[in-house]
Write a protein that binds this ligand. Structure first.
Ligand code: CNA
Length: 397
């Protein structure tokens, strides 16, 4: 992503603010109390070690796996037009990704540690998984640039939908409808879909990096605008640290850019250690463990999962796509025929070939409406390109 060597700062150019472009110099800058207003910018890469696929990898990414399903096109799962007609694929994913299913990573806890030390000015995240919140970062410190599962509302009248009812719907595998009976529109988590605007919060805070004295960018390809421009909002002499599997964007082009090209969890551990915070960080992260949350003692090492992170990620992707496949029941010889009754939100499911309608395992409490036009719709130009940019590549379907 944007590895333009010519744009990288010449190694002979001295840093303006740091003593050197090294992790130790960043740690010294923090220890000296010169970093009191830190902005953190994150993406899918900080959650992959939690087991959440990054959607784009050729083999393990969710996109590659969605492509083998009979969705009209892979990105339909995040298309507001398709969702109106058939919310099942999205809700199948939502049941898996809904907060509570994954443990935050130590990188999420590192962000919380910055907050607890009073150093976090703002976290800008592209992630929708809410793991920063789960790690303890408070709502007012987070800008969820692409929305998240933290709130939900009716897609028609925008009335907020209570969290408890949403949890119940997710638990019961049903699709929630607006609490206002006269509306009865579909409810959706406030994740930015194709055709939807970024949250106002993003635009209200986007100049904040200009006030920061340190910027830490982690786990993002910086390929999605307008988020990708955020690091450029930092002042020229403001140190910027990239902890990522690869160099991205224009990170590395300034005199005080420090590139830590490595795994996020390893990188934050090293930074915490250099700051003298490693034990504190490990303790904070341990509090996010399921056993700690339920007040149980830590299980024996023998109980730890034996699979590698890659194997666990592959298992997760397989599980997700299998469930979507089952719920959709859109196999070659099992075309689902969904009739759209937009006016009264009533629909019925028929089988195209044998007249028997397969029962969707995901019940709506009201039957699910479908928009056959939406199913044929081409990907829209706006909206979710900035959320799932790879989905705008043509599906192989
Ligand atoms: P991306 O474009 O997939 O880039 C991820 C970046 O992280 C890449 O540069 C990888 O090299 C790097 N990376 C992956 N794993 C690690 C790791 N363990 N350590 C270090 N680096 C790693 O993801 P972006 O977030 O930049 O793309 C924007 C999209 C992805 C956002 O709109 C998200 O909504 C969307 N997304 C979010 C989630 C989530 O909420 N967890 C999951 C998948 C996709």
């Amino acid at each position: 992503m944007g590895q333009d060597e010519s744009r990288m700062v010449d190694e002979k150019t001295p840093p303006q603010t740091l003593k050197s472009r090294t992790l130790d110099a960043v740690a010294e800058y923090i220890r000296d109390g010169r970093a009191r207003r830190i902005v953190v910018m994150t993406g899918a890469g900080i959650s992959t070690s939690a087991g959440i696929p990054d959607f784009r990898s050729p083999d393990t990414g969710l996109y590659a796996n969605l492509a083998r399903l009979n969705l009209p096109y892979a990105e339909a799962v995040f298309d507001i037009g398709y969702f109106r007609g058939n919310p099942l694929p999205f809700y199948t994913l939502a049941q898996e990704l809904y907060p509570g299913n994954y443990r935050p990573t130590i990188t999420h806890s590192f962000i919380n540690l910055l907050h607890q030390k009073g150093l976090l000015l703002k976290l800008f995240t592209q992630n929708i998984d809410c793991l920063e919140r789960e790690a303890g970062v408070p709502d007012d410190k987070i800008v969820e640039a692409h929305g998240s599962f933290a709130r939900q509302s009716c897609i028609e009248c925008k009335a907020p939908y209570p969290e408890e009812l949403m949890k119940k719907a997710i638990h019961e595998k049903s699709v929630p409808h607006c609490i206002r009976e006269e509306c009865d529109g579909l409810v959706k988590p406030e994740i930015v879909f194709f055709g939807e605007q970024l949250p106002a919060d993003f635009f209200e805070n986007r100049s904040l990096p200009g006030e920061a004295d340190l910027c830490i960018v982690m786990g993002t390809s910086l390929s999605v605008q307008p988020f990708a421009s955020l690091p450029m909002m930092c002042g020229d002499g403001t140190p910027r640290v990239l902890i990522n599997g690869e160099q991205v964007g224009e990170m590395g082009s300034r005199a005080d850019d420090v590139l830590l090209i490595q795994d996020c969890d390893t990188g934050v551990r090293k930074l915490a250690e250099a700051c003298g915070w490693l034990d504190e960080l490990e303790d904070l992260w341990e509090q996010t463990a399921p056993w700690a949350r339920s007040g149980q003692p830590k299980p024996e090492q023998a109980d730890e999962p034996k699979k590698s992170p890659d194997e666990q990620l592959q298992d997760e992707v397989d599980k997700l796509t299998k469930e979507i496949d089952q719920n959709l029941q859109l196999g070659q010889d099992q075309h689902t025929w969904l009739e759209n009754h937009v006016d009264n939100k009533f629909a019925r499911v028929q089988d195209n070939e044998n007249g028997k309608g397969p029962t969707a395992p995901l019940t709506t409490g009201k039957t699910v409406a479908s928009d056959t036009k939406a199913e044929r719709r081409e990907p829209s130009d706006g909206g979710l390109h900035h959320v799932f940019p790879w989905l705008s590549k043509k599906s192989s379907l």
